[in-house]
Design a protein around this ligand. Structure first.
Ligand code: PLP
Length: 357
């Protein structure tokens, strides 16, 4: 059985690895907020339920306006999706049959969506050690591309591209046919600043956000894209009627006004991420710098990290393999930053690994 192509699927990973799943599993392959949804959401949950008897507003007007206000853009510059994953599929459909460029390593859904819509794919590798945007190559590729996908902060590396480099890319591609798609699904684990501020200057820029990560509502599904109004109106053609459910619409409207949960989360994540990096490095692991709620690590004594993945699976700890991330190819593992107690369990298991070696 093939390894799962996404994290957050422990049973599939246990089956694929041929390891019996222990009763208690700690899943570090999922990269949603370890604090869970905000308290106000858990308390108000019941208030939203009455809406399930009716069809939701197909335009999602209130949620769209709440997001538009947050980023100071117009109503017709925002499109909601059933998670950011649906937005990726709208974009691939919009550029169907044209060349798609993907900066790698990257979230696998860009590739899957582009393949589904017959886009020949060019992969532009980013060296994980310097994490510098390969601007010249991307500009060259933009001459024949319909779309370029960048993810910043990046999943799976956790690193962010230099903002000046992104602006330089936007400048140099402004007369090309390529839509520059920047996936900021994890931007709010880093801060409030978003590249949405460049949309007025660069109509060929589209910025995607997900609400499922920071607000830990992966099962509810809500994400959006902000771009110039002509691009949004083209993407809207592909939106199925009622694509976002009534509860998600109400929650999205409130989330766009939230600051407290994101701030509290960022503070906690930063502290735990730095503590973990320090402890892991003391144990002899290599840890890449990260701006968000996950990071890449590896035991430098191993080329492929599968032995550690399996060692941890046997102890009920699930990390994210990187076999299907181009450029990583199993040579790293991705771990979420969780709460202190859970992170300590990972450290204890890795100490055991070290003692065994
Ligand atoms: C980089 C990136 N973009 C988009 C998504 C999709 O997010 P959503 O849950 O909003 O569909 C994910 C989910 O893992 C992701 O990692």
């Amino acid at each position: 059985m093939n390894l799962p192509s996404h994290g957050a699927n422990p049973s599939h990973l246990y089956n694929a690895s041929g390891i019996a799943r222990p009763d208690h599993v700690l899943d570090f392959s999922v990269n949603t907020n370890p604090l869970g949804p905000p308290e106000w959401l858990k308390e108000q949950w019941g208030r939203y339920l009455h809406t399930i008897e009716e069809y939701p507003d197909p335009t999602g007007y209130k949620a769209v306006m709440s997001i538009a206000d947050k980023f100071d853009v117009a109503y017709d510059q925002v499109l909601l999706g059933n998670g950011a994953a649906e937005i990726i599929h709208f974009i691939a459909r919009y550029t169907a049959g044209q060349h798609a460029v993907i900066c790698t390593p990257a979230f696998s859904e860009y590739e899957d969506a582009c393949q589904a819509y017959g886009c020949p794919i060019e992969y532009v590798p980013v060296p994980i050690s310097s994490w510098q945007l390969p601007i010249d190559e991307l500009v060259e590729q933009s001459k024949k591309a319909g779309v370029i996908f960048l993810c910043t902060p990046n999943n799976p590396t956790g690193q962010s591209f230099n903002e000046k480099d992104i602006v330089s890319l936007l400048d140099q591609t402004r007369h090309s046919n390529a839509l520059i798609v920047i996936d900021e699904a994890f931007y709010d684990f880093f801060g409030d600043e978003s590249l949405v501020k460049y949309i007025a200057a660069y109509p060929h820029l589209a910025v995607m956000h997900s609400m499922t990560k920071m607000y830990s509502i992966a099962g509810l599904r809500i994400g959006y894209v902000i771009s110039s109004s002509p691009i949004i109106s083209k993407l809207k053609q592909y939106r199925p009627h009622w694509n976002v459910n009534a509860i998600a619409l109400q929650v999205a409207e409130e989330i766009a006004r939230d600051h407290a949960h994101a701030m509290k989360t960022r503070e906690m994540i930063k502290g735990e991420r730095e503590r973990m990096k320090d402890l892991l490095e003391k144990l002899g692991f290599l840890v890449l710098p990260s701006a968000v709620n996950f990071y890449l690590l590896k035991d430098p004594q191993l080329d492929n990290q599968k032995p550690i993945l399996h060692f941890l699976l046997e102890r009920g700890i699930v990390l994210r393999h990187t076999e299907n991330f181009k450029g990583l190819d199993g040579k790293w593992l991705r771990s979420a930053v969780k709460r202190e107690k859970e992170n300590n369990r990972l450290i204890e298991a890795l100490k055991e690994w070290r003692n065994k070696c």
